[in-house]
Structure formats: structure tokens, C-alpha cells
Design a protein around this ligand. Structure first.
Ligand code: FES
Ligand SMILES: [Fe+2]
Length: 298
């Protein structure tokens, strides 16, 4: 897994006030909670510095996490502030500390910076062309592969007529022109020019003229965000969330703002999401069989 990056690891709604949320992310057991007053979200290792009990089984007391075993209390920086057995006036030894993570909340996601916090942190990755007021519906889907395999699949245009032969790859367009990939820093834009095989050689990327006007593209934002730009007012956005070396969670959103009539909007969103899930599961069916489960560069 690529260090020193921001990762969207949970949706905001998954971290509720007054509740400890335990989750495995980036190969680590973590516990999240939301401050009852400021709403700030904290994340520390879900392993007590005393005898290793899971802190997420404990409770929140005055903004701190109380371990369920012997009651040690940890703050959002992972420092133990109280060892009840020693009395409230005893200083807590410095080694009673667990790892803590820098957390941000934006675009209805909880993000953690996974790496060493030296110097200033990079900006949160996101799609500048998606306005936070744009409505969406979302789902979460477990995949039994490393997240590098999920990403590899979403950038692969060759599989379309095979994996999605009866949906988005209908029509047997097995000849792959290009694809045209435009790189801009941490962003990659992929334009698909698959065609019917009529005996001609596929075009090389440099033989494809730059796309005129807005057309559909795939957009990958390093390290784990992806969108399918369909039209300005309809997008599929995915955060491929690393769980561990063999598991990921696909957080998928269907954004749609061209229909506003309430009942019709609900229906269109539901159908759009159902179709997106069908496509996603066509991918999952094959990707979960890949060996090794992790991409060699992952
Ligand atoms: S294991 Fe947590 S207080 Fe003892
Ligand atoms: Fe696919």
C-alpha cells in the first residue's frame, strides 16, 4: 500500500456521535469516534497500550476512549490520560500511547493520512468538477482482493466486451484503439475508443485525435479515487478503500442532478444505482479470482 497519502476510509455517516466505530483499514485495526461538541472525528489504533484489548469495545467518556478491560482512557492523540487503578492524581507514564492518525472530513468521507506526518500534508484528493451540493446515493461492497486489483480493473478497457458483454460492453467491440490516457499530475483521464474488429490494426494512442468537446471518460485520482464521467450531471464515483492485503471495500456513489422531480428522481437514482451495481458485480466476479490477489506493483 502506498504510504504518505490521504485515503478516504469511511463515509461520514458511518461515524456517529457517542459511538465507537472499529474498522480495519490499510491493514490496521482502527477505532474512530466523533466529538459530541465539535463533531471532530478522531482515529487511533484499536489496541490498548496496556494489554492489547480492542478499544472499540469500550466507550466514550468526556471525549476520550475508555478501554473495556481495565479502564485506561485515551485521547484523540492516542495518549493515555488516566489509569484508574493508579488514581486520578497519578501521572501516566509516557509509554502508554497508541498510534494516532491525522483525520479530515470532506465530501461526506472520513479521510486519514497514512504515513509519516513530517512537514506539511498534501491536499486531500478529490474531483474538482464534482460540487458537494450534487445529490448522490451510495453503497459499500466488499471485494476479496487487494485494492490495487480493483483499481487495475477500473482502468482496464480491454475487458469491457468480455466481462460486460451484456451491459456496457455490449456489441462485441473487442478491438482496442489506444486507449487515450491523459496524465495531469495525480490525475489520469482515460478515453475509450473500442471498436468492432473489421480486420484493421488498432490505432496507437498518438494516432487518436484529442477528444473534441465533452465526452465520456474515466478519471483516476491517485491513490484510490475513480470516477466515470458520463455527463456533467451524472457520475459514478468510487473510493477503493484498502482493508488489508487481501480485502478491499468499494464505496460507490451514483451522482445525478439532471432530474429534480422528487418521485422521478428517486426512481432514476434507484435504477442508476442498480445498473451500476450490476456492472460492479460483473467486475467483482472475475477480479476476485485473480492470483495473486495483489497487483505486483501494489
Ligand atoms: S487492556 Fe486496556 S486497560 Fe488493560
Ligand atoms: Fe468493468
Amino acid at each position: 500500500m502506498i504510504r504518505n497519502q490521504w485515503y478516504a476510509v469511511l463515509e461520514s455517516k458511518e461515524v456517529k456521535r457517542g459511538v465507537l466505530t472499529g474498522a480495519v483499514r490499510l491493514g490496521e485495526k482502527l477505532v474512530f469516534w466523533r466529538d459530541a461538541v465539535t463533531e471532530e472525528v478522531f482515529c487511533i489504533a484499536d489496541k490498548c497500550a496496556h494489554r492489547g484489548a480492542s478499544l472499540s469495545r469500550g466507550k466514550i467518556l468526556s471525549g476520550r476512549v475508555q478501554c473495556p478491560f481495565h479502564g485506561l482512557e485515551f485521547d484523540g492523540a492516542g495518549r493515555c490520560r488516566l489509569i484508574p487503578a493508579n488514581g486520578r492524581n497519578m501521572e501516566v507514564p509516557k509509554q502508554f500511547l497508541v498510534n494516532s492518525y491525522t483525520v479530515r472530513e470532506a465530501h461526506d468521507f472520513i479521510w486519514i493520512f497514512w504515513g509519516s506526518r513530517t512537514g506539511s500534508l498534501p491536499q486531500l484528493p478529490w474531483f474538482d468538477d464534482i460540487d458537494d451540493t450534487m445529490p448522490y446515493i451510495s453503497m459499500r461492497d466488499p471485494w476479496a482482493v487487494h485494492y490495487s486489483r480493483c483499481i487495475e480493473n477500473q482502468l482496464d478497457v480491454v475487458h469491457l466486451p468480455f466481462v460486460h458483454y451484456d451491459t456496457i460492453g455490449r456489441g462485441g467491440q473487442t478491438l482496442v484503439n489506444g486507449p487515450l490516457v491523459v496524465e495531469e499530475g495525480s490525475d489520469f483521464f482515460i478515453y475509450v475508443y473500442n471498436a468492432l474488429d473489421e480486420g484493421h490494426k488498432p490505432l496507437k494512442p498518438e494516432e487518436i485525435p484529442p477528444p473534441a468537446g465533452k465526452r465520456q471518460y474515466l478519471h483516476f485520482r491517485f491513490p484510490n479515487l475513480w470516477q466515470n464521467y458520463i455527463i456533467d450531471r451524472m457520475r459514478i464515483v468510487i473510493s477503493f478503500v484498502p482493508v488489508d492485503e487481501e480485502n478491499s471495500l468499494v464505496y460507490m456513489r451514483y451522482y445525478q442532478s439532471f432530474i429534480r422531480v422528487p418521485l422521478l428522481k428517486g426512481l432514476v437514482n434507484k435504477l442508476g444505482m442498480l445498473f451500476s451495481i450490476k456492472i460492479l458485480h460483473q467486475d467483482r466476479r472475475v477480479v476476485e479470482t485473480q492470483l495473486p490477489r495483489k497487483h505486483p506493483t501494489g
